[in-house]
Design a binder for this molecule. Structure first.
Ligand code: FAD
Length: 408
């Protein structure tokens, strides 16, 4: 079998993988990215948060993203029955970007991967990582190419950015169940036909189901009159709906009168899909010779669109740690990578749990909210979950509990 060498092997060319590759190239590392699929390929996770812009910028990818012409995004709107409230991310507590994009991931991920290649990464498509040998002095990874040929890569370090593929968690028995109940999503892209002047295409629209506060819909406008639409609920709730995925999604969407009215001229031209049980966790985010990025580590829940932001944040933290490691320092991966990453993830977790129990919904729909509290909430919703100058980050549980009591 052929044996190759590289400084860093990245598994997966999603946002985590491409951003990590670019950051490592800037340090002068030789980076090999192995991607199982041929791009462009569909992926879910289309509404970005402004915090992610910082990492796209750090990776030198911002110009390519801006020039790709995606739908501009400046906030999030929430709807429950007659109630409507929105947050403008430019009016937020934390410093940094206040706007971002809503992206078709097939195109977005391809833009990032091409940018990583342009910067000097070698990206091999239809090359699947199938085994990982941790016992060797440096990690040895077995790869299968599109023709079924296998070869080995010896890498100075391996970053697993394989997303829902969860390559190393599976191969190294790192999987741990998530604490969240098993939920699923049914979703598609539509020609939305929305004429209503009151509809703000610059914001993701999150609608709470009229009867069930733990069931919600997303409507993510794209450039060019199209939208991503989806519903999220516990799988046992979704199972009541019969028929094709498109019929089930339509039936669910029509249960909300405002959505029914908004989408009365929509053209449902793309078959819907379902994904279930996506929440996941791991025993450890790193081990000898490797670290887990983005969704290959923990995935919480889609409600606050935090996935891509966490993915690129993890890429940035890992690249910083690797710079020290390649310079000969002893890196404490727990202290320098896992702990700081989990800080923000845990802040998001507090808000996700409170969303599903209904508490955070009473906070966002509360009409007498103090402006500075709204700006702190806006910062979290914009993805600034690592900014400890925000009390809702630093002491998220205690602060949110107090706020819930005031608002309920
Ligand atoms: P991915 O983007 O999944 O990329 C991983 C790559 O690795 C893939 O290209 C895959 O082909 C490749 N791969 C897998 N296995 C192998 C292998 N063995 N060898 C080589 N390559 C491999 N996030 C948001 O930010 N905004 C949203 O609005 C949002 N909505 C969501 C809605 C739903 C219903 C769900 C489930 C998630 C949502 N997310 C959202 C989360 C988002 O999808 C992910 O967090 C994000 O895609 C993670 O990026 P990543 O780079 O870690 O992995």
């Amino acid at each position: 079998v052929r044996v190759e060498q590289c400084d860093v092997l990245v598994i997966g060319a999603g946002p985590a993988g491409s951003v990590a590759a670019a950051l490592l190239l800037k340090q002068g590392r030789q980076v090999l990215v192995l991607e199982r699929e041929l791009f462009p390929r569909f992926s879910i996770g289309e509404s970005l948060l402004p915090q992610s812009m910082e990492y796209l910028e750090e990776a030198g990818m911002l110009k390519a993203v801006v020039e790709a012409g995606f739908q501009y995004k400046n906030g999030a709107a929430f709807v429950r029955g007659e109630r409507y409230t929105d947050f403008d991310f430019r009016d937020k507590h934390s410093a940094g970007w206040g706007t971002t994009y809503q992206v078709q991931r097939a195109h977005f991920d391809q833009v990032l991967a091409k940018e990583a290649e342009r910067q000097g990464a070698e990206v091999r498509y239809q090359h699947t990582v199938i085994a990982f040998d941790q016992e060797a002095a440096t990690p040895r990874v077995t790869v299968r190419d599109a023709d079924g040929n296998e070869y080995i890569v010896e890498a100075g370090f391996v970053l697993d950015a394989s997303g829902f593929g969860r390559v190393l968690p599976r191969l190294l028995d790192l999987e741990m169940p998530s604490n969240f109940p098993v939920r699923g999503a049914i979703f598609t892209h539509i020609e939305d036909g929305i004429a209503s002047a009151g509809f703000d295409r610059n914001k993701i629209r999150i609608t709470v189901h009229p009867q069930h506060c733990d069931v919600w819909y997303w409507l993510i406008p794209f450039a060019g009159g199209r939208c991503s639409i989806g519903v999220v609920a516990e799988t046992k709730f979704l199972e009541q709906f019969k028929g094709s995925e498109t019929e089930r999604l339509q039936e669910l969407v029509m249960q909300d009168p405002a959505s029914r009215e908004l989408l009365k001229n929509a053209r449902w031209d793309t078959p819907a899909r379902q994904i279930v049980g996506y929440s996941s966790n791991v025993k450890s985010l790193w081990g000898k010779g490797y670290a887990l990025l983005g969704n290959a580590g923990e995935f919480l829940d889609p409600v606050f669109s935090s996935g891509v932001t966490i993915a690129v944040k993890s890429a940035s933290l890992a690249a910083t740690a690797l710079q020290r490691q390649f310079a000969g320092s002893a890196v404490d991966w727990e202290r320098e990578f896992a702990v700081p990453l989990k800080k923000g993830v845990d802040a998001f977790r507090t808000f996700v749990e409170s969303w599903y129990s209904g508490g955070f919904q009473s906070v966002i729909f509360y009409e007498k909210q103090q402006p500075e509290v709204r700006r702190m909430i806006a910062a979290i919703l914009a993805g600034y979950a690592w900014d400890e100058s925000n009390p809702y980050v630093k002491e998220s549980k205690r602060r949110l509990n107090t706020l819930e009591e005031i608002c309920s």
